[in-house]
Ligand binder design. Structure first.
Ligand code: ADP
Ligand code: MG
Ligand code: MG
Length: 501
């Protein structure tokens, strides 16, 4: 065991645990000091006055609008009703009773319709809305490397390294994916980098990593992502004793990946890079799909063509350069389920390194073999997903992946509970362990010599460097308790009660 690795791991473990100040800098309040309201005039003029966005979608906006409503006794009942309806809808979603929830959606909509009129208009003249603008002002400040504290190297990718990174002001832990500017330029990765950043910004699912910040430093472009401290599935399948996973974990991860894919597909995004190392575990044992570098957004009903992905996991239609839409992802899910059960990928034995021509041949024609670990349902779902004809493949029947969810393989899974985050994972990563390769085993990434960055690169960097992602930033402030501690009102209004809705 290398000393350097041990020191870096224990620093990371200590930082994750938080400690006295929950990982915040001793200057955290100063860092998050509200601007004077006069500094928010420009923001007040330009911010779009959309009820749904300001009072429902944005987490801090929602809290402040609620606090405002509580200052008006005649609105209290509306707040109580909203709260009660939300809880009931939660229950009805879990009970899968559509009739019941249809019944409740109407008053829900009616309530928002009411609140979006006079109450929303008056809200915009309140001190609560001023406070919202102050938070927005903080949110929109430029982001630099000085906003973060860095811990150990977590992994390496095609354009750079991924580091454990902590926001100084709030103590929130993230993973910072850095793209080296010189490498991006040399391999013309600008379009890819921007594409990845913009898609991440657009998705909002508990099964896909979230983007919290995008910023630049002198040498790199940085994407700050949900910290996934449980390691990737490749590590769990191959580096934790006997290759493969127990069946309860296979069902659970496969179901969560399936939900993540469906979310992406609903946004017309085809992911194209499904493989164990891109599926990451968080500290509770839930997975998220990561690495949207190869994902692409399709226009209405469009097909794409393009040989991208990792050869071992590539679908036949991708290899033979046909046009496709979402089908490669369902093939990928088939490969993933197979590998989780068998402990090896369907077309390649462990440690085998076939030539690409051989690999292509196998994917296009080799019969997949199943060992005794596969139940009849497991064989059936793998055969369905690994169907070489995308028209006949499970998941591609025009039902948005519904036929995958209802396959008997997933008999034990309650998808509604799963989507609500209400299923407890059977495996929980050990908080004292660091689930990645030792630091010295991850190769260093150095800047390339001889690549000169110029004006036009600067224009692209500016497009990338958009700072905080509003919803993620607001959730960070709320989840770390910073919002509660700072959102105090002066003598004009006494501190309002804290109600969550
Ligand atoms: P690339 O697009 O270059 O393949 P990835 O996004 O796959 O880069 O990241 C490279 C590696 O960094 C991953 O295999 C994983 O080990 C680690 N990593 C990436 N994102 C995270 C994250 N959110 N949390 C923890 N580790 C991560
Ligand atoms: Mg990757
Ligand atoms: Mg990538």
């Amino acid at each position: 065991m290398d000393i350097d690795n041990m020191v870096q791991n224990s620093a990371l473990v200590r930082a994750r645990e938080g400690g006295g100040n929950k990982g915040r800098s001793w200057r955290w309040k100063e860092m998050l000091r509200f601007p004077h309201i006069s500094e928010c005039r420009e923001l007040a003029k330009t911010i779009e006055r959309d009820y749904y966005d300001l009072c429902v979608y944005q987490p801090i906006g929602k809290k402040l609008f609620h606090l405002y409503c509580l200052t008006r006794p005649e609105l209290h009942n509306y707040m109580l009703l909203l709260d009660a309806l939300k809880k009931k809808i939660g229950v009805s979603i879990i009970l899968q009773s559509t009739v019941f929830s249809m019944h409740l959606f109407y008053p829900f909509r009616f309530l928002h319709e009411y609140l979006s009129q006079e109450p929303f208009t008056q809200y915009q003249f309140s001190m609560h809305f001023d406070r919202f603008l102050q938070w927005k002002h903080l949110e929109r400040r430029p982001i630099t490397k000085y906003n973060f504290r860095e811990y150990r190297l977590l992994g390496k990718g095609g354009f750079g390294e991924v580091w454990a990174s902590q926001v100084r002001a709030t103590g929130m832990m993230y993973a910072c994916k850095k793209l080296e500017k010189t490498h991006v330029k040399k391999w013309q990765g600008e379009h890819m980098a921007l594409n990845e950043k913009e898609l991440l910004e657009e998705v909002d699912s508990r099964f896909v990593v979230n983007l919290a910040y995008a910023y630049e430093t002198k040498h790199s472009l940085c994407m700050v992502l949900t910290m996934m401290s449980g390691g990737d599935l490749r590590f769990h399948i191959h580096n934790m004793g006997k290759p493969g996973l127990t069946m309860d974990r296979v069902y659970f991860y496969a179901a969560e990946v399936c939900c993540g894919l469906i979310h992406l597909h609903q946004k017309s995004i085809v992911y194209r890079d499904l493989k164990p190392e891109n599926i990451l575990l968080d500290d509770k044992g839930h997975i998220r799909i990561s690495d949207l570098g190869l994902a692409v957004k399709l226009e209405d009903g469009d097909l794409v063509q393009g040989r991208v992905g990792t050869l071992y996991y590539m679908a036949p239609e991708v290899i033979s350069k046909e046009k496709y839409n979402m089908s490669p992802d369902w093939w990928g899910l088939g490969c993933l389920i197979y590998e989780m059960i068998a402990g090896k990928s369907p077309f390649r034995d462990k440690s085998e390194r076939p030539k690409s021509s051989e690999m292509e041949k196998r994917i296009i024609s080799k019969t997949v073999e199943y060992n005794e670990k596969f139940s009849t349902d497991a064989v059936d779902i793998c055969n369905g997903l690994l169907n070489r004809n995308p028209k006949h493949r499970l998941g591609c029947q025009g039902l948005g992946g519904k036929e995958v969810k209802t396959h008997p393989f997933f008999r034990q899974i309650n998808f509604r509970m799963l989507e609500g985050g209400l299923v407890e994972p059977s495996f929980k990563p050990d908080p004292r362990l660091v689930y990645c390769d030792d630091v010295q085993d991850i190769e260093e990434f150095c800047a390339l010599r001889g690549v000169v960055l110029n004006q036009s690169d600067g224009e692209f960097y500016a497009k990338f460097n958009t700072g905080s992602v509003p919803r993620s930033w607001q959730n960070e402030l709320i989840d770390t308790g910073c919002f509660e501690e700072l959102n105090v009102f002066g003598p004009m209004g006494s501190r309002p009660p804290d109600l969550d809705w």
